[in-house]
Design a protein around this ligand. Structure first.
Ligand SMILES: *Cc1c(COP(=O)(O)O)cnc(C)c1O
Length: 232
């Protein structure tokens, strides 16, 4: 079957309506929430279609895939990419080149990674927006820095002239019930206030409405926009 009938437009409209409704429930302006379309494994054409429907911020998980898409979509002048997947230090260099605009990196979880990114940014004379990924539930197998490390990492980023600390990011424990996740969203908001950090990246397809009720400024939504991810 061809998929020409399966346009992204209705799904994007539905997600936007859900964002509006969640904002209305807690008295927030819908413009205070950035919809980050998570496009890992999705085609360049699918991203173009979402861009055509007005989406501008895209989340990618893998450095090489991100670079290929940045190149293929360089005609989309105001497209913005955020790296949301785990970043290895030996891959950092590949993210930087003088000929491309810097991306935002949401998945920073250690001081050596901070140093590596600052060094690369300095080389190409770019300022990089960064976020700290926090292991909010203390799941040792997950990426993200521990709650104990947050203070030191915030200081490390703020002392680097090449980096701008934008916000905190979490991937809470998986559950079928978004209400189970609410306490983690709330905890991140409190942590951000403690450290005077303005932006919160939290909430995915299954729980972005609850995340918005708890103060998310960036929701990372993949499946609800693009449908089920193709198997790579
Ligand atoms: C894949 C991914 C998402 C999107 O997940 P969906 O459930 O498809 O919305 C969000 N955040 C991160 C870090 C991801 O890896």
């Amino acid at each position: 079957m061809t998929c020409w009938l399966d346009s992204l437009q209705p799904r994007i409209e539905k997600v936007r309506a859900q964002i509006h409704a969640a904002c209305a429930r807690v008295g927030r302006a819908p413009e205070s929430v950035v919809l980050v379309a998570v496009s890992k494994y999705q085609s360049v054409d699918a991203i173009r279609e979402a861009y055509g429907a007005g989406l501008r911020v895209f989340g990618e998980n893998y450095v090489q895939e991100l670079n290929e898409k940045r190149l293929a979509l360089r005609d989309c002048a105001d497209i913005e990419f955020h790296l949301i997947g785990h970043l290895q230090r030996n891959k950092v260099k590949q993210l930087f080149s003088e000929s491309v605009r810097p991306i935002a990196i949401q998945s920073i979880d250690g001081e050596r990674l901070v140093e590596q990114i600052a060094t690369c940014a300095r080389t190409v004379k770019q300022i990089v927006p960064v976020w700290l990924q926090i292991d909010i539930a203390g799941e040792s197998q997950k990426s993200g820095c521990s709650l104990d490390e947050v203070g030191a990492l915030v200081r490390a980023v703020r002392t680097c002239a090449e980096l701008v600390l934008e916000g905190f990011m979490i991937i809470p424990p998986a559950t079928d019930d978004p209400e189970q996740t609410r306490p983690y969203f709330r905890k991140l908001r409190e942590l951000a206030r403690e450290h005077d950090v303005a932006k919160l990246s939290m909430g995915m397809s299954s729980d972005f409405e609850v995340a918005i009720e708890e103060g998310a400024t960036h929701v990372r939504v993949g499946t609800a926009i693009f449908g089920a991810r193709p198997i790579p």
